[in-house]
Design a protein. Structure first.
Length: 198
């Protein structure tokens, strides 16, 4: 399985991203010595795409497939549809609910068959959840130390309005499909659309 093994803080610095968007509360002590050269239009578009891929942990081929799907959707703009589809990935929803410290950890939790969607075990991190879906951690894992530790860290994290969460029962519901305004990711999806439209 292909994985992105780049050092996280180094990549955050390169993309000008706050590590907090990845669920990491470390700060990088180094500052990026930027050359005064102006970034080209293509460079800006590429950087936005790399940001989106890095935040959601998606590699190039699945990202391109998602973009193709977003283009075919009849309602909404391609860029907004793409961001919504990324946000509705199962690993991202687990992260948003506060059942994982980072999206990478959420991916691992899904991979290890800890998650039920509508009562059925799903171990595909890219599985797309829908409005009305109920997501929960399997009963046998609910009382493990791992989830106690996770909830200690994520307890103060804001749960988006489109999700309903019960931290005692480790369950949650997708109330609605998120709009672009509800997705707090610093990515300019218009530039991604421009990049792929060339």
């Amino acid at each position: 399985m292909a994985r992105d093994m780049d050092p996280v803080l180094k990549k955050c610095r390169a993309l000008g991203l706050e590590p907090a968007y990845l669920g990491i509360d470390k700060k990088s002590n180094r500052s990026v010595a930027r050359k005064s050269k102006k970034m080209s239009e293509y460079g800006m578009q590429l950087r936005e795409k790399q940001k989106a891929k890095f935040i959601y942990g998606v590699l190039e081929k699945p990202f391109r497939n998602l973009f193709a799907k977003a283009q075919k959707m009849k309602n909404g703009t391609t860029g907004e549809n793409l961001m919504t589809m990324l946000e509705l990935r199962l690993d991202n929803v687990i992260f948003r609910m506060g059942y994982a410290r980072t999206r990478k950890e959420a991916r691992q939790i899904v991979d290890h068959k800890h998650v039920l969607v509508n009562g059925k075990c799903v171990n595909i991190p890219s599985y797309s959840v829908k409005a009305g879906d109920t997501i929960e951690i399997k009963e046998k894992f609910k009382n493990t130390q791992r989830y106690k530790d996770i909830l200690e860290v994520t307890d103060g994290r804001m749960v988006p309005a489109w999700l309903e969460v019960n931290h005692e029962a480790l369950t949650g519901t997708v109330k609605e499909v998120p709009t672009r305004d509800q997705i707090d990711v610093p990515v300019d999806e218009v530039l991604i659309v421009e990049l792929y439209s060339k």
